[in-house]
Ligand binder design. Structure first.
Ligand code: COA
Length: 343
C-alpha cells in the first residue's frame, strides 16, 4: 500500500485585523486580560458577505498552485468546518463550485477543532486503499458572524477568529522516498498514522445549542434572546481536558509507531489558547524550537487552526525533508486526536 503525503499547503485569512483593543470597545474586556489568559493579540474577521467557502477556495487555490496542479486534477474534496456557510448543503459543494470543478465527491466533516485530523484520517484511508489519488482537505471557519460581540459573549468572543487552511494529499511512491531507500538509511516519508477520539459525555461543555432540528421551530426569537445561537463554553473543563488529552494523543501515536518524543522534530498543537499549547509543550518536554504557535495573530480558528499553522511552519522553513512532525488537536465534542507525519 502506498503512503499518503501532504503534497502542498495553502492558507487564507481575511484582511480585516481585529485587535484586543478593538474588542474592548465592543465589550467589557481588555488587551491585558486577553493576552494574559489566552496569548491572543489579534484575530481576523471576515467582511460582510465573505463566507467560509470563499476563504477555503482561496486557501485551496494557493495549495493547488504550490503543488503545480489545477483544480481539475483533484478527485475528492473534504471540508472540515463547524461554521458552515448554510445549514445545508455542506460547505464542500459551495467550495467545489468556487473552484470551478464538478463531479467529484464533497465531504463535510463536523468535528470542530479536531475536524482537520478527522478529515486527514479519512483522506489517508482513501489514498492508501487507492480509492482516490488527489484529495483536497480544507479547514475553514467563519466565527465572527456567530459570536456575541458584547458583554454577554465576552468569554468566547475574544478567543475565536476566522480563516482557512488547505492541504493537497496524494500517494507517495518509492521514487519520492515513500518507501525509503531500500537500505534502511532513508526514512519513509508521508503520514505514518492518524488517531482520532471522541467522548460525547462532554457535548454540552462547548457547543452552540441552536439552530437545532431538535426544536420546533428550529430557531425562534426566544432562542436568540436566550443567547442559544452563541457558543457556550465551560472554559475550565475545556482547559483541564485539553492539556491532558493532547499529550496523551501524541504519546499514543508515538507508541503505535515505536517512536519516542526525542525523535519528534516539530509538534503543532491546535491553537486553542497559548497557555494550553505551553502546557502541552511542558508535558511533552519540548524545547521552544520543537513547537509551533501562531495563535497570537489569528486566535482560535478551530478546524482551520492546524492547516494554517502547518502552512506557516512550512513557509518559515521550520520543517525539513525527513523531519518527524506531530499534529494534535482537542475540541468540542469532546473530540481529540493526533497524526504523525514524516515530512
Ligand atoms: N474579559 C475580561 N474578563 C472576562 C472575560 C473577558 N473576555 N471573559 C471572562 N471574564 C471574567 C469572568 O467573568 C471571570 O470573572 P469573575 O471572576 O468575576 O467571575 C474572570 O474573568 C475569570 O474567569 P475564569 O473563567 O476564571 O478565567 P480563566 O482563567 O479560566 O480563563 C479562559 C478563561 C476561557 C481563557 C480559559 O478557561 C480557557 O482558555 N479555556 C479553554 C478555552 C478554549 O481553549 N476553548 C476552545 C477549545 S477548542
Amino acid at each position: 500500500m502506498p503512503r499518503t503525503h501532504i503534497l502542498s499547503t495553502g492558507f487564507r485569512v481575511p484582511d480585516r485585523v481585529v485587535t484586543n483593543d478593538d474588542l474592548a470597545s465592543m465589550m467589557d474586556t481588555s488587551d491585558a486580560w486577553i493576552r494574559q489568559r489566552s496569548g491572543i493579540e489579534e484575530r481576523r474577521w471576515v467582511e460582510e458577505g465573505e463566507a467560509g467557502s470563499d476563504l477555503g477556495a482561496a486557501a485551496a487555490a494557493m495549495a493547488l498552485e504550490r503543488a503545480g496542479m489545477k483544480a481539475e486534477d483533484l478527485d475528492c474534496l473534504i471540508v472540515a468546518t463547524l461554521s458552515p456557510d448554510h445549514f445545508f448543503p455542506g460547505t464542500g459543494v459551495f467550495l467545489q463550485r468556487k473552484l470551478g470543478i464538478r463531479d467529484i465527491p464533497c465531504l463535510d466533516v463536523r468535528n470542530q477543532c479536531t475536524g482537520f485530523l478527522y478529515g486527514l484520517s479519512i483522506a489517508d484511508a482513501w489514498i492508501r486503499t487507492g480509492r482516490y489519488e488527489r484529495i483536497l482537505l480544507v479547514g475553514t471557519e467563519v466565527h465572527s458572524t456567530g459570536l456575541h460581540r458584547n458583554d454577554f459573549g465576552r468569554d468566547t468572543a475574544v478567543l475565536f477568529g476566522d480563516g482557512a487552511g488547505a492541504v493537497i494529499l496524494g500517494p507517495v511512491g518509492p521514487a519520492e522516498g515513500g518507501r525509503g531507500d531500500g537500505n534502511g538509511s532513508a526514512p519513509e516519508r508521508g503520514i505514518l498514522s492518524v488517531h482520532i477520539h471522541a467522548d460525547g459525555r462532554f457535548a454540552e461543555k462547548l457547543w452552540v445549542e441552536a439552530p437545532a432540528s431538535k426544536y420546533d421551530p428550529l430557531i425562534s426569537h426566544e432562542h436568540i434572546d436566550a443567547g442559544l445561537t452563541c457558543p457556550s463554553m465551560d472554559g475550565r473543563e475545556v482547559f483541564r481536558q485539553a492539556v491532558s488529552r493532547m499529550p496523551e494523543a501524541v504519546r499514543e501515536a508515538l507508541d503505535a509507531e515505536g517512536l519516542s518524543i526525542d525523535e519528534v522534530d516539530m509538534v503543532i498543537a491546535h491553537q486553542a489558547n497559548l497557555r494550553i499549547c505551553q502546557m502541552v509543550q511542558r508535558a511533552l518536554g519540548l524545547s521552544d524550537d520543537r513547537i509551533y504557535n501562531n495563535i497570537q495573530r489569528y486566535g482560535n480558528t478551530t478546524a482551520a487552526s492546524l492547516p494554517i499553522a502547518l502552512h506557516e511552519c512550512v513557509e518559515e522553513g521550520r520543517l525539513r525533508c525527513g523531519d518527524l512532525l506531530c499534529l494534535t488537536a482537542f475540541g468540542s465534542g469532546f473530540t481529540w486526536g493526533s497524526a504523525l507525519i514524516r515530512w
